[in-house]
Design a protein around this ligand. Structure first.
Ligand code: GLC
Length: 611
Protein backbone atom coordinates (compact mmCIF):
# COMPACT_ATOMS: atom_id res chain seq x y z
CA UNK A 1 0.00 0.00 0.00
CA UNK A 2 1.41 3.40 -0.89
CA UNK A 3 0.72 6.78 0.68
CA UNK A 4 -1.42 9.31 -1.21
CA UNK A 5 1.12 11.98 -2.13
CA UNK A 6 4.83 12.30 -2.93
CA UNK A 7 6.71 15.65 -3.46
CA UNK A 8 10.09 16.38 -5.22
CA UNK A 9 12.31 19.34 -3.90
CA UNK A 10 16.11 20.29 -3.97
CA UNK A 11 18.13 18.08 -1.60
CA UNK A 12 18.70 20.61 1.31
CA UNK A 13 15.05 21.56 1.42
CA UNK A 14 14.14 17.89 1.08
CA UNK A 15 15.73 17.06 4.44
CA UNK A 16 13.70 19.81 6.11
CA UNK A 17 10.58 18.66 4.36
CA UNK A 18 11.08 15.05 5.29
CA UNK A 19 11.33 16.11 8.93
CA UNK A 20 8.14 18.16 8.68
CA UNK A 21 6.35 15.54 6.64
CA UNK A 22 7.18 12.84 9.12
CA UNK A 23 5.20 14.89 11.61
CA UNK A 24 2.28 16.00 9.37
CA UNK A 25 1.60 13.23 6.86
CA UNK A 26 -0.14 10.44 8.71
CA UNK A 27 2.00 7.33 8.87
CA UNK A 28 0.62 3.80 9.12
CA UNK A 29 0.75 2.08 12.46
CA UNK A 30 3.77 -0.21 12.30
CA UNK A 31 2.63 -1.68 15.60
CA UNK A 32 -0.02 -1.12 18.27
CA UNK A 33 1.23 2.41 18.88
CA UNK A 34 -1.59 4.86 19.48
CA UNK A 35 -2.54 7.09 16.58
CA UNK A 36 -5.29 9.69 16.91
CA UNK A 37 -7.90 7.38 15.40
CA UNK A 38 -6.97 4.77 17.99
CA UNK A 39 -7.40 7.18 20.90
CA UNK A 40 -10.88 6.76 22.46
CA UNK A 41 -10.52 10.02 24.37
CA UNK A 42 -10.67 11.99 21.13
CA UNK A 43 -13.99 13.06 19.53
CA UNK A 44 -15.31 10.55 17.01
CA UNK A 45 -15.15 13.12 14.21
CA UNK A 46 -11.45 13.64 14.92
CA UNK A 47 -10.80 9.91 14.91
CA UNK A 48 -12.70 9.48 11.66
CA UNK A 49 -10.80 12.30 9.96
CA UNK A 50 -7.45 10.93 11.09
CA UNK A 51 -8.28 7.38 9.99
CA UNK A 52 -9.70 8.47 6.64
CA UNK A 53 -6.51 10.39 5.90
CA UNK A 54 -4.52 7.19 6.36
CA UNK A 55 -6.71 5.03 4.13
CA UNK A 56 -5.97 4.01 0.57
CA UNK A 57 -8.72 3.88 -2.02
CA UNK A 58 -8.83 0.09 -1.71
CA UNK A 59 -9.24 0.34 2.05
CA UNK A 60 -12.11 2.80 1.57
CA UNK A 61 -13.81 0.55 -0.99
CA UNK A 62 -13.34 -2.43 1.34
CA UNK A 63 -15.25 -0.59 4.06
CA UNK A 64 -18.18 -0.19 1.65
CA UNK A 65 -18.29 -3.90 0.85
CA UNK A 66 -20.44 -6.43 2.74
CA UNK A 67 -19.94 -10.12 1.93
CA UNK A 68 -21.83 -13.20 3.11
CA UNK A 69 -20.11 -15.41 5.69
CA UNK A 70 -20.29 -18.42 3.39
CA UNK A 71 -18.35 -16.65 0.65
CA UNK A 72 -15.36 -15.40 2.62
CA UNK A 73 -12.58 -16.50 4.92
CA UNK A 74 -10.93 -14.49 7.67
CA UNK A 75 -7.90 -14.18 5.38
CA UNK A 76 -10.12 -12.54 2.73
CA UNK A 77 -11.03 -9.84 5.23
CA UNK A 78 -7.35 -9.15 5.67
CA UNK A 79 -6.45 -9.26 1.99
CA UNK A 80 -9.42 -7.28 0.68
CA UNK A 81 -9.91 -5.01 3.68
CA UNK A 82 -13.59 -6.02 3.90
CA UNK A 83 -15.57 -3.82 6.28
CA UNK A 84 -18.58 -6.02 6.92
CA UNK A 85 -19.88 -9.57 6.89
CA UNK A 86 -23.47 -10.75 7.10
CA UNK A 87 -25.38 -13.93 7.72
CA UNK A 88 -28.18 -14.28 5.23
CA UNK A 89 -31.38 -15.82 6.61
CA UNK A 90 -30.45 -19.14 8.20
CA UNK A 91 -26.72 -18.83 7.43
CA UNK A 92 -25.13 -20.21 10.59
CA UNK A 93 -21.95 -21.92 11.75
CA UNK A 94 -22.04 -25.60 12.58
CA UNK A 95 -22.87 -26.53 15.24
CA UNK A 96 -25.49 -23.78 15.36
CA UNK A 97 -24.95 -22.72 18.99
CA UNK A 98 -24.40 -19.32 20.55
CA UNK A 99 -20.83 -20.23 21.42
CA UNK A 100 -19.93 -21.33 17.90
CA UNK A 101 -21.47 -18.09 16.57
CA UNK A 102 -19.20 -16.15 18.92
CA UNK A 103 -16.19 -18.21 17.84
CA UNK A 104 -17.08 -17.58 14.18
CA UNK A 105 -17.50 -13.85 14.77
CA UNK A 106 -14.17 -13.58 16.59
CA UNK A 107 -12.44 -15.51 13.81
CA UNK A 108 -13.64 -13.06 11.17
CA UNK A 109 -12.78 -10.13 13.41
CA UNK A 110 -9.20 -11.36 13.81
CA UNK A 111 -8.97 -11.29 10.03
CA UNK A 112 -10.17 -7.69 9.90
CA UNK A 113 -7.81 -6.58 12.66
CA UNK A 114 -4.86 -8.11 10.84
CA UNK A 115 -5.01 -5.30 8.25
CA UNK A 116 -2.50 -2.44 8.42
CA UNK A 117 -5.01 0.00 9.91
CA UNK A 118 -6.77 -2.68 11.99
CA UNK A 119 -10.26 -1.39 11.23
CA UNK A 120 -12.75 -3.79 12.87
CA UNK A 121 -15.45 -5.36 10.71
CA UNK A 122 -19.16 -5.07 11.59
CA UNK A 123 -21.31 -8.20 11.36
CA UNK A 124 -25.00 -8.01 10.38
CA UNK A 125 -27.86 -10.47 10.85
CA UNK A 126 -31.65 -10.50 10.50
CA UNK A 127 -32.64 -10.81 14.15
CA UNK A 128 -36.17 -9.75 13.24
CA UNK A 129 -38.06 -11.54 16.02
CA UNK A 130 -35.28 -12.62 18.34
CA UNK A 131 -31.86 -13.85 17.30
CA UNK A 132 -33.80 -16.13 15.01
CA UNK A 133 -30.87 -17.71 13.12
CA UNK A 134 -29.56 -19.26 16.33
CA UNK A 135 -30.95 -22.55 17.66
CA UNK A 136 -32.00 -22.00 21.27
CA UNK A 137 -32.53 -18.26 20.97
CA UNK A 138 -35.73 -16.71 22.26
CA UNK A 139 -38.14 -16.23 19.38
CA UNK A 140 -40.52 -13.33 19.94
CA UNK A 141 -43.80 -12.67 18.12
CA UNK A 142 -43.36 -11.30 14.61
CA UNK A 143 -44.00 -7.57 14.18
CA UNK A 144 -47.68 -7.92 13.23
CA UNK A 145 -48.31 -9.40 16.68
CA UNK A 146 -46.22 -6.70 18.36
CA UNK A 147 -48.31 -4.12 16.53
CA UNK A 148 -51.40 -5.73 18.06
CA UNK A 149 -49.99 -5.14 21.57
CA UNK A 150 -50.03 -1.35 21.08
CA UNK A 151 -47.21 -1.46 23.68
CA UNK A 152 -44.10 0.50 22.54
CA UNK A 153 -42.48 0.11 25.96
CA UNK A 154 -42.74 -3.67 25.70
CA UNK A 155 -41.23 -3.53 22.21
CA UNK A 156 -38.31 -1.53 23.58
CA UNK A 157 -37.75 -4.22 26.22
CA UNK A 158 -37.80 -6.81 23.45
CA UNK A 159 -35.17 -4.82 21.57
CA UNK A 160 -32.96 -4.81 24.65
CA UNK A 161 -33.39 -8.57 25.13
CA UNK A 162 -32.60 -9.25 21.47
CA UNK A 163 -29.53 -6.99 21.74
CA UNK A 164 -28.26 -9.04 24.68
CA UNK A 165 -28.65 -12.33 22.78
CA UNK A 166 -27.15 -10.88 19.60
CA UNK A 167 -24.22 -9.39 21.54
CA UNK A 168 -23.65 -12.74 23.24
CA UNK A 169 -22.81 -14.17 19.82
CA UNK A 170 -20.49 -11.29 18.92
CA UNK A 171 -22.80 -9.85 16.28
CA UNK A 172 -23.08 -6.05 16.37
CA UNK A 173 -25.63 -5.11 13.68
CA UNK A 174 -29.28 -6.12 13.35
CA UNK A 175 -31.20 -5.64 10.09
CA UNK A 176 -34.26 -4.65 12.11
CA UNK A 177 -36.84 -3.18 12.61
CA UNK A 178 -38.77 -3.46 9.40
CA UNK A 179 -40.80 -0.24 9.38
CA UNK A 180 -42.87 -1.26 6.40
CA UNK A 181 -46.48 -0.07 6.28
CA UNK A 182 -48.19 -3.15 4.82
CA UNK A 183 -51.11 -1.92 2.74
CA UNK A 184 -52.02 -5.16 0.91
CA UNK A 185 -52.25 -8.32 3.06
CA UNK A 186 -51.43 -10.48 0.04
CA UNK A 187 -47.79 -9.34 0.51
CA UNK A 188 -45.60 -12.17 1.82
CA UNK A 189 -43.93 -9.77 4.29
CA UNK A 190 -47.16 -8.50 5.89
CA UNK A 191 -46.16 -10.14 9.18
CA UNK A 192 -42.98 -8.04 9.25
CA UNK A 193 -45.16 -4.93 9.49
CA UNK A 194 -46.32 -3.44 12.80
CA UNK A 195 -49.44 -2.14 11.07
CA UNK A 196 -51.15 -0.78 7.99
CA UNK A 197 -51.01 2.86 9.06
CA UNK A 198 -47.76 4.77 9.72
CA UNK A 199 -48.57 5.54 13.36
CA UNK A 200 -47.97 1.92 14.41
CA UNK A 201 -44.48 1.39 12.90
CA UNK A 202 -43.60 4.92 14.05
CA UNK A 203 -44.61 4.08 17.64
CA UNK A 204 -42.68 0.81 17.53
CA UNK A 205 -39.39 2.45 16.61
CA UNK A 206 -38.78 2.00 20.32
CA UNK A 207 -37.25 -1.28 19.16
CA UNK A 208 -34.35 0.83 17.88
CA UNK A 209 -33.72 2.27 21.32
CA UNK A 210 -33.92 -1.23 22.77
CA UNK A 211 -31.35 -2.54 20.31
CA UNK A 212 -28.95 0.42 20.31
CA UNK A 213 -29.44 1.68 23.85
CA UNK A 214 -30.04 5.39 24.55
CA UNK A 215 -26.84 5.92 22.55
CA UNK A 216 -24.46 3.58 20.76
CA UNK A 217 -21.55 2.14 22.66
CA UNK A 218 -23.25 0.41 25.58
CA UNK A 219 -22.17 -3.11 26.53
CA UNK A 220 -24.94 -4.70 24.44
CA UNK A 221 -25.44 -1.90 21.95
CA UNK A 222 -26.34 -3.33 18.54
CA UNK A 223 -26.68 -1.14 15.45
CA UNK A 224 -30.31 -1.09 14.31
CA UNK A 225 -31.56 -0.82 10.73
CA UNK A 226 -34.69 0.97 9.58
CA UNK A 227 -35.89 -1.02 6.57
CA UNK A 228 -36.84 -1.14 3.73
CA UNK A 229 -36.63 2.43 2.50
CA UNK A 230 -39.03 3.40 0.92
CA UNK A 231 -42.52 2.07 0.26
CA UNK A 232 -41.83 -1.67 0.43
CA UNK A 233 -45.30 -2.31 1.89
CA UNK A 234 -47.15 -0.30 -0.71
CA UNK A 235 -46.55 -2.25 -3.91
CA UNK A 236 -49.37 -2.92 -6.34
CA UNK A 237 -51.08 -6.19 -5.45
CA UNK A 238 -48.74 -6.72 -2.53
CA UNK A 239 -46.18 -7.96 -5.05
CA UNK A 240 -42.92 -8.41 -3.12
CA UNK A 241 -40.17 -6.23 -4.64
CA UNK A 242 -42.86 -4.75 -6.91
CA UNK A 243 -43.87 -1.22 -7.82
CA UNK A 244 -45.34 1.31 -5.40
CA UNK A 245 -47.46 3.61 -7.50
CA UNK A 246 -48.19 6.67 -5.43
CA UNK A 247 -47.84 10.42 -5.73
CA UNK A 248 -44.99 11.86 -3.73
CA UNK A 249 -47.51 13.32 -1.30
CA UNK A 250 -49.08 9.88 -0.71
CA UNK A 251 -45.65 8.25 -0.36
CA UNK A 252 -44.66 10.86 2.20
CA UNK A 253 -47.91 10.55 4.13
CA UNK A 254 -48.09 6.77 4.35
CA UNK A 255 -44.55 5.39 4.16
CA UNK A 256 -42.11 8.09 5.27
CA UNK A 257 -43.20 8.83 8.87
CA UNK A 258 -41.73 5.65 10.41
CA UNK A 259 -38.33 6.53 8.92
CA UNK A 260 -38.59 10.05 10.27
CA UNK A 261 -39.29 8.56 13.69
CA UNK A 262 -36.37 6.15 13.29
CA UNK A 263 -33.97 8.95 12.33
CA UNK A 264 -35.15 10.98 15.30
CA UNK A 265 -34.33 7.98 17.50
CA UNK A 266 -30.82 7.89 16.09
CA UNK A 267 -31.11 4.71 14.03
CA UNK A 268 -27.62 3.81 12.86
CA UNK A 269 -28.42 2.37 9.45
CA UNK A 270 -31.13 2.30 6.81
CA UNK A 271 -31.63 -0.51 4.31
CA UNK A 272 -32.93 0.25 0.84
CA UNK A 273 -36.02 -1.51 -0.49
CA UNK A 274 -35.99 -3.80 -3.51
CA UNK A 275 -39.26 -2.19 -4.59
CA UNK A 276 -39.70 0.62 -7.07
CA UNK A 277 -41.46 3.93 -6.77
CA UNK A 278 -43.47 4.67 -9.90
CA UNK A 279 -41.26 2.37 -11.92
CA UNK A 280 -37.87 3.53 -10.58
CA UNK A 281 -35.94 1.03 -8.46
CA UNK A 282 -35.27 2.43 -4.99
CA UNK A 283 -31.65 1.23 -5.14
CA UNK A 284 -30.95 3.92 -7.73
CA UNK A 285 -33.13 6.67 -6.35
CA UNK A 286 -30.80 9.52 -5.49
CA UNK A 287 -33.65 11.94 -4.72
CA UNK A 288 -35.20 9.77 -2.01
CA UNK A 289 -31.93 8.45 -0.58
CA UNK A 290 -29.69 11.51 -0.63
CA UNK A 291 -31.99 14.52 -0.95
CA UNK A 292 -34.81 13.27 1.29
CA UNK A 293 -33.34 10.70 3.71
CA UNK A 294 -29.88 12.24 4.23
CA UNK A 295 -30.77 15.83 3.44
CA UNK A 296 -34.30 16.60 4.52
CA UNK A 297 -34.55 14.01 7.32
CA UNK A 298 -30.94 14.59 8.37
CA UNK A 299 -29.97 10.92 8.54
CA UNK A 300 -26.29 10.74 9.55
CA UNK A 301 -25.90 6.98 9.76
CA UNK A 302 -25.10 4.83 6.77
CA UNK A 303 -27.26 3.35 4.04
CA UNK A 304 -26.93 -0.32 3.10
CA UNK A 305 -28.33 -1.99 0.01
CA UNK A 306 -30.44 -5.10 0.22
CA UNK A 307 -29.16 -8.56 -0.79
CA UNK A 308 -27.94 -8.16 -4.38
CA UNK A 309 -30.31 -5.23 -4.53
CA UNK A 310 -28.08 -3.23 -6.89
CA UNK A 311 -28.47 -6.01 -9.49
CA UNK A 312 -32.11 -5.01 -9.98
CA UNK A 313 -31.57 -1.39 -11.01
CA UNK A 314 -31.41 -2.14 -14.73
CA UNK A 315 -33.76 -5.13 -14.57
CA UNK A 316 -31.14 -7.57 -15.83
CA UNK A 317 -29.38 -10.28 -13.80
CA UNK A 318 -26.11 -9.41 -12.05
CA UNK A 319 -24.68 -5.95 -11.65
CA UNK A 320 -22.90 -3.71 -14.13
CA UNK A 321 -20.46 -0.84 -13.61
CA UNK A 322 -23.34 1.50 -14.35
CA UNK A 323 -25.44 -0.06 -11.59
CA UNK A 324 -22.59 0.12 -9.09
CA UNK A 325 -22.16 3.79 -9.94
CA UNK A 326 -25.89 4.48 -9.87
CA UNK A 327 -26.28 2.87 -6.45
CA UNK A 328 -23.25 4.51 -4.82
CA UNK A 329 -23.97 7.91 -6.34
CA UNK A 330 -27.61 7.60 -5.25
CA UNK A 331 -26.30 7.54 -1.68
CA UNK A 332 -25.85 3.86 -0.83
CA UNK A 333 -22.82 3.71 1.48
CA UNK A 334 -22.39 -0.04 1.96
CA UNK A 335 -23.27 -2.60 -0.67
CA UNK A 336 -24.53 -6.06 0.28
CA UNK A 337 -22.81 -8.20 -2.33
CA UNK A 338 -23.00 -11.63 -0.68
CA UNK A 339 -20.94 -13.56 -3.21
CA UNK A 340 -19.75 -11.24 -5.98
CA UNK A 341 -17.84 -8.97 -3.62
CA UNK A 342 -14.51 -9.25 -5.46
CA UNK A 343 -16.14 -8.10 -8.70
CA UNK A 344 -17.83 -5.30 -6.82
CA UNK A 345 -14.52 -4.08 -5.38
CA UNK A 346 -12.76 -4.03 -8.74
CA UNK A 347 -15.75 -2.44 -10.44
CA UNK A 348 -16.10 0.35 -7.91
CA UNK A 349 -12.35 0.99 -7.98
CA UNK A 350 -12.51 1.42 -11.75
CA UNK A 351 -15.57 3.67 -11.49
CA UNK A 352 -13.74 5.93 -9.06
CA UNK A 353 -10.59 5.98 -11.15
CA UNK A 354 -12.53 6.90 -14.28
CA UNK A 355 -14.32 9.68 -12.44
CA UNK A 356 -17.85 8.21 -12.57
CA UNK A 357 -17.91 7.98 -8.77
CA UNK A 358 -16.35 11.01 -7.10
CA UNK A 359 -13.86 10.37 -4.30
CA UNK A 360 -15.97 12.73 -2.19
CA UNK A 361 -18.81 10.20 -2.33
CA UNK A 362 -16.44 7.40 -1.27
CA UNK A 363 -15.18 9.54 1.61
CA UNK A 364 -18.72 10.44 2.69
CA UNK A 365 -19.70 6.75 2.75
CA UNK A 366 -16.58 5.91 4.76
CA UNK A 367 -17.16 8.72 7.23
CA UNK A 368 -20.67 7.42 7.86
CA UNK A 369 -19.59 3.80 8.26
CA UNK A 370 -16.52 4.55 10.40
CA UNK A 371 -18.50 6.95 12.60
CA UNK A 372 -20.89 4.13 13.54
CA UNK A 373 -18.01 1.70 14.13
CA UNK A 374 -16.34 4.20 16.46
CA UNK A 375 -19.61 5.03 18.22
CA UNK A 376 -20.35 1.32 18.72
CA UNK A 377 -17.01 0.97 20.49
CA UNK A 378 -15.82 -1.63 17.98
CA UNK A 379 -12.27 -0.24 17.95
CA UNK A 380 -12.02 -0.67 21.72
CA UNK A 381 -14.07 -3.87 22.10
CA UNK A 382 -13.85 -5.73 18.78
CA UNK A 383 -14.44 -9.24 20.12
CA UNK A 384 -17.44 -11.01 21.65
CA UNK A 385 -18.21 -10.15 25.26
CA UNK A 386 -18.93 -13.73 26.35
CA UNK A 387 -20.63 -12.58 29.54
CA UNK A 388 -23.78 -12.11 27.41
CA UNK A 389 -23.71 -15.51 25.73
CA UNK A 390 -25.76 -17.20 28.50
CA UNK A 391 -28.61 -14.76 27.82
CA UNK A 392 -29.40 -16.62 24.58
CA UNK A 393 -32.77 -18.29 25.20
CA UNK A 394 -32.68 -17.30 28.89
CA UNK A 395 -35.60 -17.82 31.27
CA UNK A 396 -36.11 -14.08 31.67
CA UNK A 397 -36.14 -13.47 27.90
CA UNK A 398 -38.62 -16.28 27.40
CA UNK A 399 -40.83 -14.81 30.12
CA UNK A 400 -40.73 -11.46 28.29
CA UNK A 401 -41.62 -13.23 25.04
CA UNK A 402 -44.53 -14.99 26.74
CA UNK A 403 -45.80 -11.61 27.95
CA UNK A 404 -45.54 -10.31 24.38
CA UNK A 405 -47.49 -13.33 23.12
CA UNK A 406 -50.22 -12.68 25.67
CA UNK A 407 -50.47 -9.01 24.76
CA UNK A 408 -50.50 -9.76 21.04
CA UNK A 409 -53.57 -12.01 21.12
CA UNK A 410 -56.63 -10.41 19.50
CA UNK A 411 -60.02 -11.85 20.46
CA UNK A 412 -62.35 -11.39 17.49
CA UNK A 413 -65.34 -13.51 18.51
CA UNK A 414 -66.49 -15.04 21.79
CA UNK A 415 -70.09 -16.25 21.50
CA UNK A 416 -71.65 -17.07 24.83
CA UNK A 417 -68.38 -16.22 26.54
CA UNK A 418 -67.08 -19.63 25.69
CA UNK A 419 -63.71 -18.11 26.61
CA UNK A 420 -61.96 -18.10 29.03
CA UNK A 421 -61.91 -21.85 29.60
CA UNK A 422 -61.97 -23.35 33.08
CA UNK A 423 -58.65 -24.84 34.15
CA UNK A 424 -60.27 -27.42 36.47
CA UNK A 425 -62.94 -30.07 35.95
CA UNK A 426 -62.88 -29.62 32.22
CA UNK A 427 -62.60 -31.81 29.11
CA UNK A 428 -60.95 -30.15 26.15
CA UNK A 429 -60.12 -31.45 22.66
CA UNK A 430 -57.27 -29.79 20.79
CA UNK A 431 -56.75 -30.19 17.02
CA UNK A 432 -55.05 -28.48 14.10
CA UNK A 433 -51.63 -28.69 12.50
CA UNK A 434 -50.43 -25.50 14.24
CA UNK A 435 -51.27 -26.72 17.76
CA UNK A 436 -48.10 -28.66 18.48
CA UNK A 437 -45.55 -27.23 16.06
CA UNK A 438 -42.83 -24.76 17.10
CA UNK A 439 -41.87 -24.15 13.49
CA UNK A 440 -45.40 -23.28 12.40
CA UNK A 441 -46.04 -20.98 15.35
CA UNK A 442 -42.76 -19.12 14.70
CA UNK A 443 -43.18 -18.56 10.97
CA UNK A 444 -40.53 -17.39 8.51
CA UNK A 445 -37.08 -16.10 9.46
CA UNK A 446 -36.71 -18.84 12.08
CA UNK A 447 -33.55 -21.00 12.04
CA UNK A 448 -33.82 -20.94 8.26
CA UNK A 449 -34.73 -18.09 5.94
CA UNK A 450 -38.17 -19.45 5.05
CA UNK A 451 -38.75 -21.09 8.43
CA UNK A 452 -40.08 -24.64 8.53
CA UNK A 453 -42.55 -26.90 10.29
CA UNK A 454 -41.47 -29.16 13.11
CA UNK A 455 -39.48 -29.14 16.27
CA UNK A 456 -36.84 -26.76 14.92
CA UNK A 457 -35.76 -25.04 18.13
CA UNK A 458 -36.46 -25.29 21.86
CA UNK A 459 -39.73 -23.71 23.00
CA UNK A 460 -43.30 -24.36 24.14
CA UNK A 461 -45.98 -25.24 21.64
CA UNK A 462 -49.51 -23.91 22.07
CA UNK A 463 -50.65 -27.43 22.99
CA UNK A 464 -47.91 -27.75 25.59
CA UNK A 465 -49.04 -24.41 26.97
CA UNK A 466 -52.62 -25.68 27.17
CA UNK A 467 -51.58 -28.88 28.93
CA UNK A 468 -49.51 -26.88 31.44
CA UNK A 469 -52.40 -24.49 32.10
CA UNK A 470 -54.97 -27.05 33.22
CA UNK A 471 -55.32 -28.77 36.55
CA UNK A 472 -55.26 -32.50 37.34
CA UNK A 473 -59.05 -32.79 37.08
CA UNK A 474 -59.08 -31.64 33.46
CA UNK A 475 -58.58 -33.84 30.40
CA UNK A 476 -56.82 -32.50 27.31
CA UNK A 477 -56.89 -34.73 24.21
CA UNK A 478 -54.98 -33.86 21.03
CA UNK A 479 -55.41 -35.16 17.54
CA UNK A 480 -54.21 -33.07 14.61
CA UNK A 481 -57.24 -33.74 12.45
CA UNK A 482 -59.79 -33.96 15.28
CA UNK A 483 -60.19 -37.69 15.05
CA UNK A 484 -61.69 -39.14 18.24
CA UNK A 485 -63.69 -36.16 19.40
CA UNK A 486 -67.21 -36.79 20.73
CA UNK A 487 -69.98 -34.97 22.55
CA UNK A 488 -68.42 -35.61 25.95
CA UNK A 489 -65.94 -32.78 25.46
CA UNK A 490 -66.82 -29.34 26.84
CA UNK A 491 -64.89 -27.40 24.20
CA UNK A 492 -62.72 -27.94 21.13
CA UNK A 493 -59.76 -25.77 20.13
CA UNK A 494 -58.66 -25.78 16.47
CA UNK A 495 -55.19 -24.23 16.03
CA UNK A 496 -54.99 -23.59 12.30
CA UNK A 497 -53.78 -21.02 9.75
CA UNK A 498 -50.57 -20.72 7.75
CA UNK A 499 -47.29 -22.60 7.56
CA UNK A 500 -43.97 -20.73 7.42
CA UNK A 501 -42.85 -18.52 4.53
CA UNK A 502 -40.74 -15.44 3.97
CA UNK A 503 -40.61 -12.58 1.48
CA UNK A 504 -41.98 -13.24 -2.01
CA UNK A 505 -42.57 -16.91 -1.28
CA UNK A 506 -45.37 -15.75 0.98
CA UNK A 507 -47.11 -13.61 -1.62
CA UNK A 508 -50.75 -14.66 -2.10
CA UNK A 509 -52.08 -14.24 -5.61
CA UNK A 510 -55.25 -16.31 -5.17
CA UNK A 511 -57.26 -17.45 -2.17
CA UNK A 512 -56.54 -16.19 1.33
CA UNK A 513 -58.87 -18.76 2.93
CA UNK A 514 -57.99 -21.62 5.24
CA UNK A 515 -56.94 -24.67 3.29
CA UNK A 516 -58.92 -27.87 3.00
CA UNK A 517 -57.14 -29.66 5.86
CA UNK A 518 -57.91 -26.85 8.30
CA UNK A 519 -61.52 -26.58 7.16
CA UNK A 520 -61.99 -30.35 7.49
CA UNK A 521 -60.46 -30.35 10.96
CA UNK A 522 -62.81 -27.60 12.13
CA UNK A 523 -65.81 -29.39 10.59
CA UNK A 524 -64.89 -32.60 12.42
CA UNK A 525 -64.88 -30.73 15.70
CA UNK A 526 -68.10 -28.88 14.95
CA UNK A 527 -69.92 -32.07 13.96
CA UNK A 528 -69.27 -33.43 17.44
CA UNK A 529 -71.59 -30.74 18.75
CA UNK A 530 -69.13 -29.02 21.10
CA UNK A 531 -68.22 -25.29 21.09
CA UNK A 532 -65.40 -24.66 18.63
CA UNK A 533 -62.68 -22.13 19.41
CA UNK A 534 -60.49 -21.28 16.42
CA UNK A 535 -56.96 -20.08 17.16
CA UNK A 536 -55.54 -18.61 13.96
CA UNK A 537 -51.75 -18.84 13.67
CA UNK A 538 -51.00 -16.76 10.58
CA UNK A 539 -48.84 -13.94 9.31
CA UNK A 540 -51.82 -11.83 8.28
CA UNK A 541 -55.61 -11.56 8.30
CA UNK A 542 -57.20 -14.45 6.39
CA UNK A 543 -60.43 -14.73 4.40
CA UNK A 544 -62.67 -16.42 6.98
CA UNK A 545 -65.93 -14.44 6.92
CA UNK A 546 -68.00 -17.26 5.42
CA UNK A 547 -66.71 -19.76 8.01
CA UNK A 548 -66.96 -17.50 11.04
CA UNK A 549 -70.68 -18.00 11.78
CA UNK A 550 -69.98 -21.67 12.53
CA UNK A 551 -67.23 -20.85 15.02
CA UNK A 552 -68.02 -20.00 18.62
CA UNK A 553 -64.80 -18.09 19.20
CA UNK A 554 -61.90 -16.73 17.17
CA UNK A 555 -58.51 -15.71 18.55
CA UNK A 556 -55.93 -14.18 16.20
CA UNK A 557 -52.55 -15.39 17.51
CA UNK A 558 -50.42 -14.17 14.58
CA UNK A 559 -46.93 -15.81 14.71
CA UNK A 560 -46.19 -16.06 18.46
CA UNK A 561 -42.71 -17.61 18.32
CA UNK A 562 -41.27 -20.08 20.86
CA UNK A 563 -43.43 -19.13 23.85
CA UNK A 564 -46.77 -20.70 22.92
CA UNK A 565 -47.83 -20.72 26.57
CA UNK A 566 -48.73 -17.07 26.09
CA UNK A 567 -51.65 -18.18 23.92
CA UNK A 568 -52.82 -20.61 26.61
CA UNK A 569 -52.58 -17.81 29.18
CA UNK A 570 -55.33 -15.97 27.30
CA UNK A 571 -57.41 -19.09 26.59
CA UNK A 572 -57.53 -19.82 30.33
CA UNK A 573 -58.11 -16.39 31.76
CA UNK A 574 -55.62 -13.62 30.99
CA UNK A 575 -57.90 -10.93 29.59
CA UNK A 576 -57.01 -10.30 25.92
CA UNK A 577 -55.92 -6.72 25.23
CA UNK A 578 -54.72 -6.98 21.66
CA UNK A 579 -56.14 -4.73 18.94
CA UNK A 580 -56.03 -5.39 15.19
CA UNK A 581 -53.02 -3.70 13.55
CA UNK A 582 -54.56 -4.42 10.15
CA UNK A 583 -58.10 -4.09 8.82
CA UNK A 584 -59.61 -7.59 8.50
CA UNK A 585 -61.15 -8.21 5.07
CA UNK A 586 -64.64 -9.51 4.44
CA UNK A 587 -63.27 -11.07 1.30
CA UNK A 588 -59.98 -11.30 -0.56
CA UNK A 589 -61.67 -9.35 -3.35
CA UNK A 590 -61.40 -6.29 -1.07
CA UNK A 591 -57.57 -6.37 -1.03
CA UNK A 592 -55.97 -3.96 -0.51
CA UNK A 593 -58.30 -2.92 2.31
CA UNK A 594 -57.22 -0.34 4.85
CA UNK A 595 -58.65 1.96 7.48
CA UNK A 596 -60.50 4.88 5.94
CA UNK A 597 -60.72 3.53 2.42
CA UNK A 598 -64.52 3.37 2.52
CA UNK A 599 -64.78 -0.42 2.25
CA UNK A 600 -66.76 -2.41 4.83
CA UNK A 601 -64.41 -4.85 6.62
CA UNK A 602 -65.22 -7.91 8.68
CA UNK A 603 -63.28 -6.28 11.55
CA UNK A 604 -61.87 -2.76 11.57
CA UNK A 605 -58.28 -1.91 12.43
CA UNK A 606 -58.22 -1.44 16.21
CA UNK A 607 -60.93 -4.03 16.88
CA UNK A 608 -60.44 -6.51 19.71
CA UNK A 609 -62.63 -7.98 22.45
CA UNK A 610 -61.73 -8.69 26.04
CA UNK A 611 -63.15 -10.67 28.96
C1 GLC B 1 -33.34 -10.11 2.42
C2 GLC B 1 -34.36 -9.11 2.90
C3 GLC B 1 -33.83 -8.15 3.93
C4 GLC B 1 -32.69 -8.79 4.71
C5 GLC B 1 -31.55 -9.06 3.74
C6 GLC B 1 -30.38 -9.78 4.43
O1 GLC B 1 -33.56 -10.37 1.05
O2 GLC B 1 -35.03 -8.34 1.92
O3 GLC B 1 -34.92 -7.79 4.78
O4 GLC B 1 -32.25 -7.92 5.73
O5 GLC B 1 -31.97 -9.81 2.60
O6 GLC B 1 -30.78 -11.06 4.81
Amino acid sequence: MTRHHRVRRPFSLALLLVAVTALAVPARPANAATYPYQDPTLPVATRVADLLARMTLDEKIGQMTQAERGSVTAADLTTYRLGSILSGGGSAPSPNTATSWADMYDGFQRGALATPLAIPMIYGVDAVHGHNNVVGATIFPHNIGLGATRDPALVQQIGQAVAEEVSGTGVDWDFAPCLCVARDDRWGRTYESFGETPDLPSDMTTLITGLQGPSLGGPTSVLATAKHYLGDGGTAGGDDQGDTRLTEAELRTVHLPPFQAAVQRGVGSVMISYSSWNGVKMHGNRYLITTVLKGELGFTGFVVSDWNGIDQIDGAAGFTAAEVTAAVNAGIDMVMVPAAWKTFISTLRAEVQNGHVPLSRIDDANRRILTKKFELGLFERPYTDRSWTPTVGSVSHRALARQAVRESQVLLKNTGSVLPLARADNKIFVAGRNADNIGNQSGGWTISWQGSSGNITPGTTILQGIRAAVGPTTTVTYNQRGTGIDGSYRAAIAVVGETPYAEGQGDRTGSMSLDREDLRTIATLRNAGVPVIVVLVSGRPMDIATELPRWDALLASWLPGTEGAGVADVLFGAAPTGKLPMTWMNSVSQQPINAGDGQVPLFAQGYGLTY
